[in-house]
Design a protein around this ligand. Structure first.
Ligand code: ADP
Ligand code: MG
Length: 708
């Protein structure tokens, strides 16, 4: 079954805007009057004052508005075609240059016309000058606006003037009821909704412009609070809805779990024991678990996943583990099958590269229930795969999957009466499998709280004993020869090395070429070593062959494109070289570095870079040198990039926060969460009304994605 379709938007709470313009507005997500009213300015322009031309020129390069009468208007051809218009007031004259212009502008700006122009006015060699000013034709004595002029986010084909008008109309139409009561406003020290909105659209000239700009003004605070409150309400409601769903209680921690723990060659760390207990408790519940297991690279998440699966199997249900790449899925399969098969567990393997016959056989095992544990890639979410009695879904490196893909896997179970329960709501009694997501990309607390309020979170905050910390160095690529010597020395010591080729986002072909060249270069420079090359274009079997040789120690140096990024586990590798490290993001660098430092040998990560480094790249490399703590790295990444990019569009869905900024508004998140909690905790009619009007106002039909 395909993932359920997104439901159409809920009925608009207020009248839709006029049809003719609707499509352009719709592109901006503006469907209703309230959407328009909440389309707040990006910034403001001060058109409330006109200064004398002479004075404007004197103010350096700052923006000013002047008014004058056109004294000349010509198209000139040197140095290139341009419209040159001169205006004059009592104090002096100003030359306005337009490099792009319409023929009609020569008529509009005919000599004798009075205009107001606003722009960056400079005193040049030939007097005051401005390039591409905003201007409008006015009559003498036309009144100046007495509020700042808002500048709105606008899509193609939408003018500011049109948006201003549409928003003004919408403000006229809507019902201005505050969703919060006067008592709540007082308690939270918030500005009333109407005042805040009106101020933001039309700020009076005496307003603190700086506070508007950095969004610390009380009017902005109100908007951010409302936005965060809507988000928290919606997430908490999703949580309540989840708890109302049915799941199979996986209540037996029995023979298999015990035998498995006994055969493990190591004992679990304290942190692993803790998260295993948390997961185990969730699995016993008769509503679906939704848990994120965070643990730094190498912290030992796989064994935790295996234990959770053992509980599902002990309880008579199937478990499935999905990984984002074939290499990783294969590694999981080998490792877990080696653990489980001797204990009598039937493990099935399903990926896209299987032959048709093998695929069919695997599917049959899955459908009949013979396969107790299933491991694979995206191939698992194809329509043809059906589980007999799926109790637990585990998604490794969950951030590599889209929301839809995770949902699809969760919905893949055939219900006991033979029907399919992948359509939520219709079959209230159908059981939803428990879900465990794993990630080595730690999500900082702030983000976890706002985006994943309906996720329980378990954290492995301890590495298995005996690891030595990785030493990281940034090395200018002019010193490549020294780096090659290092690789040689590591291999002489009986170790292995990774050499990661530069990421070339714009071209896979180029990336491939670079990888091949790097490989050739190393083969030539290190004739006594065995060197392997793995990249995305290889067939699965070829990839596997290279990886196997590397795992077995038969190959000393593995040259790789970023295909090795996730999960690969070769404890004897102790040197990681990353070329053009400045092109990688922080979490990628951290993941790559995590491929070493898995054994007892002291490991080294060398980040080769090409100077000069830009600011962000410098910050990233510095962070990598300073810390190996994934949580700290994630926190800095958030600082450097901001939450939007951090989560990536695929994860965050559409309801990205528009106004609140998680880096600076944590205090508001806390308050919004508390109020959301209070409102839902005490469902008086008044509180219920608050919740529903607030959600309608802020989320309209966009609530869906939050539920995944
Ligand atoms: P990740 O959390 O990055 O997925 P893995 O599950 O691949 O980490 O574990 C990394 C390595 O540590 C594996 O070789 C695994 O067998 C080993 N390991 C896991 N837990 C322990 C432990 N408690 N003691 C010793 N080694 C462990
Ligand atoms: Mg892993």
């Amino acid at each position: 079954m395909p993932a359920p379709k997104r439901k159409p938007a809920a009925a608009a709470p207020s009248a839709p805007v006029a049809n003719t313009r609707a499509s352009k507005l719709e592109k901006l997500g503006l469907r209703t009057d309230i959407d328009l009213v909440l389309h707040l300015p990006l910034r403001y322009e001060d058109e409330t004052e006109v200064v004398a031309i002479q004075q404007a020129g004197m103010m350096g390069a700052s923006v000013a508005q002047v008014e004058g009468v056109v004294t000349a208007c010509d198209i000139q051809y040197r140095p290139r075609r341009q419209l040159v218009v001169t205006i004059a007031d009592d104090s002096g004259q100003l030359v306005m240059r337009f490099l792009n212009f319409y023929g009609s502008q020569t008529k509009q700006l005919a000599v004798g016309t009075r205009v107001r122009a606003r722009g960056e006015i400079r005193h040049g060699f030939f007097g005051a000058e401005v390039v591409h000013p905003n201007y409008k034709v006015v009559l003498e004595g036309a009144p100046l606006p007495d509020v700042l002029t808002p500048v709105y986010p606008a899509g193609e084909g939408l003018s500011q003037i049109f948006l201003r008008k549409a928003i003004a109309d919408a403000m006229h139409n809507i019902e201005w009821r505050d969703t919060l009561s006067p008592a709540q406003l007082a308690a939270q020290q918030l500005m009333p909704f109407e005042n805040a909105v009106r101020l933001l659209h039309n700020p009076p000239p005496e307003v603190d412009e700086h506070a508007l700009e950095d969004r610390s003004h009380p009017a902005w605070v109100r908007m951010k609070f409302d936005e965060l409150l809507a988000q928290q309400l919606s997430l908490k409601r999703a949580q309540v809805a989840r708890r109302a769903k049915n799941a199979r209680a996986l209540s037996v921690v029995g023979k298999l779990s015990a035998a498995f723990l006994n055969t493990l060659p190591f004992t679990l760390t304290k942190a692993q024991q803790r998260v295993v207990a948390e997961i185990s408790a969730d699995l016993r519940a008769s509503f679906p678990m939704q848990r994120l297991l965070q643990g730094d690279v190498g912290s030992g998440k796989t064994v935790v996943a295996a234990l959770a699966s053992a509980q599902a199997i002990d309880s008579g249900y199937q478990a499935v583990l999905m990984a984002p790449t074939e290499i990783l899925a294969d590694q999981h399969f080998r490792k877990i099958a080696a653990w489980m098969e001797p204990l009598g567990v039937r493990v099935a393997w399903l990926t896209g590269s299987l032959k048709k016959k093998e695929k069919l056989a695997a599917q049959a095992m899955i459908e009949s229930g013979e396969a107790q544990l299933v491991i694979g890639t995206h191939a698992l979410i194809q329509d043809s795969v059906q589980f007999a009695k799926l109790g637990l879904v585990i998604v490794d490196e969950q951030h590599r999957f889209g929301v839809g893909q995770r949902l699809a896997l969760r919905n893949k179970t055939v219900s006991e009466n033979g029907g399919n329960d992948s359509i939520p709501n219709t079959a209230a009694a159908a059981a939803v499998p428990h879900q465990l997501m794993m990630s080595a990309t730690p999500i900082p607390r702030t983000l976890a709280m706002t985006y994943y309020a309906d996720l329980e979170i378990s954290v492995i905050d301890e590495l298995p004993p005996g690891r030595t910390p990785i030493v990281t160095r940034a090395v200018d690529q002019s010193r490549r020869d020294e780096v090659i010597a290092r690789v040689h020395a590591a291999v002489q010591d009986g170790r292995q090395a990774y050499w990661v080729c530069p990421l070339i986002e714009e071209s896979e072909a180029l990336q491939l070429q670079t990888a091949t060249e790097t490989y050739a270069m190393l083969v030539e420079a290190l004739p006594d070593l065995r060197i392997g090359l793995v990249h995305g274009r290889l067939k699965q079997a070829e990839k596997q062959e290279v990886m196997d040789a590397f795992s077995a120690g038969a190959c000393h140096v593995l040259v790789a494109t970023t295909v090795i990024e996730v999960g690969v586990d070769v404890p004897n590798a102790s040197l990681m070289v990353i070329e053009h490290a400045e092109r990688f993001g922080l979490s990628q660098l951290h993941q790559l570095r995590g491929r070493v430092g898995r054994g007892s040998a002291a490991s080294v990560c060398l980040l080769l870079y090409q100077s000069p480094l830009g600011y962000i790249a410098k910050q990233r490399l510095m962070t990598m040198r300073e810390t190996t703590d994934g949580f700290e790295i994630a926190r800095r990444d958030l600082e450097i990039r901001g939450p939007g990019e951090f989560l990536g569009a695929r994860q965050s869905g559409q309801a990205m926060l528009r106004f609140a900024d998680l880096a600076t508004d944590q205090w508001l998140v806390d308050r919004a969460r508390d109020l959301a909690h209070a409102l839902l905790q005490d469902p008086t009619p008044a509180n219920q009304a608050t919740v529903s009007t607030h959600l309608a106002r802020w989320l309209g039909g966009r609530e869906d994605f939050l539920k995944v």
